[in-house]
Write a protein that binds this ligand. Structure first.
Ligand SMILES: N[C@@H](CCC(=O)N[C@@H](CS)C(=O)NCC(=O)O)C(=O)O
Length: 186
């Protein structure tokens, strides 16, 4: 198995965690924009190969890894809902981050202001829905902490008033695979 990605991507991190949790032997191949444009039709990371199988999205990679390990991938509708919500916020936050790197900011573009508001309102809902006492065993909670940790690392959010999210992150930081995959220099 080969997983292509970067050490900072939260989508890639979730896949690395799932592979490590299940003890799979895999090669991690660092991929910059040029490599991902050559290898993946979406020009994004992660992408993944196992023999003839190629997967180009973290969700399909996770489904494959979980099922290969004999587990179900997000069978509960509420867990699936929260996983999707965390993905929506991640997509918005990453777009804002990449556009701001190119000098385009929410105060210049109305749509980006909506994206920023979406991240804030969604963060409040994640905080209401996740309970740190339940830990990060489910892929919805794991996706949530991959998002929060990335957004803190990139200084995109403030979770000062979000006690549940802060608690979930504390629990995550007690898990070996989560710690081992933290963005470098965080
Ligand atoms: N839906 C994709 C999203 C992946 C994604 O957005 N990856 C980012 C890195 S964190 C990326 O490759 N962005 C490159 C770009 O937007 O050009 C997944 O879940 O794998």
């Amino acid at each position: 198995m080969k997983l292509y990605g970067s050490y900072t991507s939260p989508f890639v991190r979730h896949c690395r965690i799932a592979l490590l949790q299940n003890g799979f032997d895999f090669d991690f191949v660092e991929a910059d924009y040029a490599v991902s444009a050559e290898k993946s039709p979406t020009s994004k990371v992660p992408f993944f190969e196992d023999g003839d199988l190629t997967l180009t999205d973290s969700s399909s990679i996770l489904k494959y890894v979980r099922e290969k390990a004999g587990q179900n991938f997000l069978p509960d509708i509420q867990d699936y809902e929260m996983f999707c919500m965390a993905n929506t916020l991640l997509d918005s936050a990453i777009n804002l981050f990449l556009l701001e790197n190119d000098g385009v900011t929410p105060d210049q573009v109305g749509y980006l202001a909506r994206q920023k508001e979406r991240v804030n309102s969604g963060l409040g809902e994640l905080n209401r829905r996740f309970d740190p006492a339940e830990g990060i065993a489910k892929d919805s909670a794991l996706r949530c902490v991959c998002f929060i940790d990335w957004a803190l690392f990139r200084k995109r959010i403030d979770i000062g008033g979000c006690e549940n999210l802060a608690g979930l992150l504390t629990v995550a930081n007690e898990e070996r695979e989560f710690v081992a995959t933290a963005p470098p220099g965080r």
